[in-house]
Design a protein around this ligand. Sequence first.
Ligand code: SME
Length: 173
Amino acid sequence: MSEGILLSRLERGTLLPPAVRVARLREALPQLRAAVADEIDEIALEATLACLLWETLVQTNWCGFYRRVAERELAVGPYQGGMGCLRIAFDRGVCGACARTGTVQLVSDVHAFPGHIACDDATRSELVLPVFDPAGRLMAVLDLDCPEVSGFCQEEADLLQGLLQEVFGTLRG
Ligand code: SME
């Protein structure tokens, strides 16, 4: 039985300095790994990570997955936050750019990102990471949104990319 994550309680929307955010994420990572250890169902993994990353990354106003449901289309998956767009084509928005290129998109100000999809007008920065299956095929993206500019840093991106590779890149079954 899981009881969430053991971290200091912070008010949602708090944007900590980057070094403090990184330390908090580092503290959460072993707990995240333990929470999903041995699970092999994609939705169960995504739902649990969305829930626990939401608790960890308190700067986010949206935290969750878009799953690849066609060659060049994503559909919303498990998430926390306000209602997100249901479908995103690979040629649209930050999530589409991530899915299309298979690369991390760290956008410090979405107003400067051509084609950004404003599901929530409040969002000012985003971090979107590709999720690959064991064959190296893109299966989803992890979308993290923040209502302030520069809500994410490269080190958070690197740590999260490592987690995603560990959890989904080794999926059995
Ligand atoms: N902002 C994203 C769309 C997804 S939502 O905001 C939840 C984008 O531009 O890809």
